[in-house]
Design a protein around this ligand. Structure first.
Ligand SMILES: [Zn+2]
Ligand SMILES: [Zn+2]
Length: 123
């Protein structure tokens, strides 16, 4: 169990999900919009520059550009969300993840078991 403070409304809450940063779906929605807005602002110039140099990174799953977190120096070639969505789809169909997909989850801090618990069992 993790004790957290909601990023949006400052309310304290408890969760089993270590990546959760909001107390409710409503706050999570606001947070998501805020992150997107900040990303666009922060990385728009960055992305244009990279594109000019021919260094743009396009997600191998959805084909949209990846705005990299410059602080993390990520080498990801797929959006985290795309990876999660793809893995969730496979599991929903009752199929097994490929080794590559399991490795992608690993690279994002999840074992397959944790991923199933967090993404497949709902909240
Ligand atoms: Zn909240
Ligand atoms: Zn993507």
């Amino acid at each position: 169990m993790y004790k957290k403070k909601c990023k949006i409304c400052d309310k304290e809450f408890e969760t089993n999900y270590r990546r959760k940063s909001c107390c409710s779906e409503k706050c999570a929605e606001i947070n998501k919009r805020e992150i997107t807005r900040q990303w666009n602002k922060l990385h728009a110039a960055d992305y244009r520059r990279a594109k000019r140099k021919g260094m743009s990174v396009i997600c191998r799953i959805c084909g949209e550009p990846i705005y990299r977190d410059i602080n993390k120096r990520s080498t990801a070639t797929m959006h985290d969300e795309c990876v999660f969505r793809q893995c969730a789809e496979v599991l929903t169909k009752g199929k097994r993840l490929t080794t590559a997909q399991i490795q992608r989850l690993y690279a994002r801090g999840y074992t397959q078991k944790e991923f199933v618990e967090e993404y497949m069992n709902g909240e």
